[in-house]
Design a protein around this ligand. Structure first.
Ligand code: DTR
Length: 338
């Protein structure tokens, strides 16, 4: 009798896990930072849009906080099929993305909306080999990077010897400014700050709120340094297995998602600055015009270094760079139809 009962329970449980009208397609989406941060906020928005626009045909299971794949293993993990979709920061793997890393050069982007659209346009124009093993679903960038620090920095000289966390070409900027860069992905930064391994970080300022860095970094200095490029990629075989109507929904979302994320990011930076000032009375400094010009001069070798590396990788470096500058100007003037 007991066996019969157990069997009935088993059948019931099995039946419940695949109810009538179950989603036809389930996809996993891995992300490396914690759920409240902007890469994950954009992930949830994309999930909702895809689920709605495919009328329930597709279900996306999201895994924030490195629960499925971490920052550095993201690209490989998606290619190997450990996750169907993954969100990666190109700056965490120097040398792997010679073309799209152009968007991480110090050219003075002032908004994530502009830089995200520029990155997406450059990617779709040049269709670089670096992403040929995956399907790219969207790209976007963080907002311009500024300093958050335990020590007040009001002039270029103050950078000397400061140990600051960054990644990719932002670490190189710190080098050129005389600071001591400590490279690590964002999720490792809270511990490094708490333990005093670093005295601050270079990033977009929304992390003052999303990681509560305002509690450790009472000083911010506006530098408008590089943005960090991101890509959302899907395992190629999984992409090829999707029906055309689902592919169409995802393709149509590519540029829209880039823009949405940029707009969200810009607004969220403002919110985080207000939060930091209200809750922790943080102080925002700017450098003198003279120091800002000098800063631009000091970091400019990064552009030449990128051009050399891109040319070595067989890319039309000058053309890509010049296209980036014209696209930047176009979007800064709010002219989308050029
Ligand atoms: N600034 C880059 C990218 C970045 C900005 N905000 C977040 C939040 C979570 C992860 C990454 C980022 C960086 O420092 O990695």
């Amino acid at each position: 009798m007991n066996k019969v009962l157990a069997l009935m329970v088993c059948l019931l449980v099995l039946g419940m896990s695949s109810p009538v009208g179950a989603k036809e397609i389930e996809l996993s989406y891995a992300n490396f930072p914690p759920a409240p941060t902007f890469p994950c906020v954009q992930m949830e928005r994309w999930k909702t849009e895809v689920e709605e626009r495919t009328e329930g045909k597709v279900k996306i299971n999201t895994f924030p906080g490195g629960t499925l794949l971490g920052a550095k293993g993201m690209f490989r993990g998606v290619k190997q099929g450990q996750a169907d979709i993954g969100c990666l920061s190109m700056a965490y793997q120097p040398g792997v993305f010679p073309m799209t890393s152009v968007a991480g050069l110090p050219v003075g982007f002032t908004s994530a909306e502009t830089s995200s659209l520029v990155l997406w346009d450059l990617y779709t124009t040049y269709d670089p080999d670096e992403f040929s093993d995956v399907k790219v679903l969207t790209m976007f960038t963080s907002a311009p990077s500024n300093l958050m620090s335990k020590k007040r920095v009001t002039k270029l000289e103050d950078f000397k010897g400061l140990e600051i966390r960054a990644s990719g070409s932002l670490s190189r900027s710190l080098d050129l400014l005389g600071a001591t860069p400590v490279s690590m992905p964002m999720p490792e930064t809270p511990e490094a700050l708490q333990k005093g391994v670093v005295q601050g970080l270079l990033s977009s300022l929304e992390v003052l709120k999303d990681f509560n860095f305002a509690a450790y970094c009472p000083y911010q200095t506006i530098l408008n340094l590089q943005v960090y490029p991101f890509a959302v990629v899907m395992n190629k075989e999984v992409w090829e297995s999707l029906p055309p109507d689902v592919q169409k929904v995802m393709d149509e979302l590519g540029r829209e998602q880039a823009e949405w994320t940029g707009v969200y990011m810009d607004g969220h930076v403002e919110e985080a600055l207000e939060y930091a000032q209200d809750k922790y009375s943080t102080q925002v400094d700017t450098l003198s015009d003279q120091d800002m010009r000098e800063l631009q001069d000091k970091v400019s070798p990064i552009i030449e270094e990128w051009k050399e590396e891109a040319a070595e990788a067989g890319l039309p470096a000058e053309a890509i760079y010049n296209d980036m500058l014209s696209l930047k100007e176009k979007y800064e003037q709010g002219n989308d139809d050029l």
